[in-house]
Design a protein around this ligand. Structure first.
Ligand code: FES
Ligand SMILES: [Fe+2]
Length: 409
């Protein structure tokens, strides 16, 4: 359990909140690159409780600006994206991707007003088919994290996103709630049901931690699953193909979850792509033109009670993505962690909270934060065995350290 005060501190992400300000020290995913065409329609983006508009200008650069025009607050979403800038359609004021006012046609010729006017704009980079933005103080911008999946060609990965209608931390914690795999996701069609783990270990690192879930084999060896948590909201999933998630907070009660299947060293096979696109795994089938899953809270996630009763599916919901979304949203828009009862299987969740509370303290004190170096993110998830009695921490590094693995190849 967590005090109500700490629950508030960890979950609220608006400007000026401790967590919102901490999140602004990291690169955040804002959109897919292919959603923005040069001089094409702008799109709405919501991040950390701010309403923004993204557009790609004539030269191919991406702008992410305040939705409100600084003149009389009309929405820039309706703007004209033309000749290297976005023009508000109310009175024609135009801004470039850096937020500079480049035309002010409604004012008298010779007006100096344009020199004083700008629209709030956040810098963007494109990596792995995703537009990422940095919303913090410019002088504190970290290097872009060297996440393996963001460096792969399109053929090696499948990336999707969907909205979770609950707070970001609920989703993030769910990603490290390893014992739920044996329950929530069990059922013939969606997931191979695995034995309930008996060991839970967490090893802190400079980027976050590696969480080990151990299952004892009949010969006494331990089969470990090592999932990786990278500050502030990334996960590398130990699966085949490998997986990744990013829980980007849109506001306090909505999260954009990016989901990735990837192979570090080969293209995805047709069978793997077919599985990704059949929505049995972490991807959801969305209402066309939106980021909302077709199975959502308004239709009880299309729960099939007959499937549930037959045992073919533990939940009666189709696909891991919908099952996670459904159950995490069922905890409320912001779950009340002061009334929980946690067990040993919640070890990684407790660790996430400690790590984030520590990061909030360090941020307030101006101390170093986890994951500020690009190279820290050069890690993989892993499955490996240890002999009886060998601690997870002893062997873990050689299985997750990407540079070590590449050198050994
Ligand atoms: S409100 Fe945008 S130009 Fe006037
Ligand atoms: Fe899950």
């Amino acid at each position: 359990m967590l005090s109500k005060k700490d629950n508030e501190r960890l979950t609220r992400v608006g400007p000026g909140t401790p967590m919102g300000e901490l999140m602004r020290r990291y690169w955040l995913p804002a959109a897919f690159s292919n959603q923005l065409a040069a001089d094409g329609p702008p799109m709405r983006v919501k991040l950390l409780c701010e309403k923004l508009v993204a557009f790609r200008d004539t030269r191919g650069g991406v702008g992410l600006v305040d939705e409100r025009c600084p003149h009389r607050t009309a929405s820039m979403y309706f703007g004209r994206n033309e000749e290297c800038g976005l023009r508000c359609v109310y009175h024609g004021w135009k801004f470039d991707i850096a937020g500079k006012c480049v035309d002010l046609p409604s004012e008298p010729r010779g007006s100096k007003l344009a020199n004083k006017i700008g629209i709030k704009a956040y810098p963007c980079v494109e990596r792995g088919g995703v537009v990422w933005t940095y919303m913090g103080a410019p002088e504190l911008a970290p290097e872009f994290p060297d996440l393996e999946w963001t460096r792969l060609p399109d053929s090696h990965k499948h990336v999707s996103r969907h909205i979770q209608e609950c707070n970001w931390l609920q989703g993030f914690e769910g990603g490290f709630d390893t014992s739920h795999l044996s329950f929530l996701h069990s059922g013939a069609a969606d997931h191979e049901t695995r034995a309930i783990p008996s060991k839970y270990e967490v090893v802190p690192t400079d980027f976050g931690f590696v969480a080990g879930t151990g299952r004892e084999l009949p010969n006494g060896e331990i089969m470990w699953t090592a999932n990786v948590m990278l500050a502030p909201f990334h996960k590398i999933i130990a699966s085949v193909p490998a997986g990744a998630h990013v829980w980007a907070p849109m506001d306090d009660e909505n999260t954009m979850l990016y989901s990735v299947d990837f192979h570090p060293d080969r293209p995805m096979s047709e069978a793997e792509l077919e599985r990704s696109m059949s929505y049995r795994g972490i991807h959801t089938q969305n209402v066309p033109g939106t980021d909302r899953a077709i199975a959502n809270k308004d239709n009880d996630y299309l729960i099939d009670r007959a499937q549930q009763a037959s045992g073919a599916s533990y939940t009666g919901m189709k696909g891991l993505g919908v099952q996670d979304c459904g159950i995490q949203e069922s905890m409320g828009p912001i779950s009340d962690r002061s009334i929980e009862h946690l067990g040993v299987s919640d070890t990684a969740i407790i660790k996430i909270r400690k790590l984030l509370l520590r990061a909030l303290k360090d941020h307030a004190a101006g101390a170093p934060l986890p994951g500020m170096k690009a190279a820290s993110y050069r890690v993989r998830s892993a499955h490996f065995k240890t002999a009886k009695g060998v601690p997870f921490a002893r062997d873990m590094r050689s299985h997750v350290d990407l540079d070590g693995l590449l050198a050994a190849e």
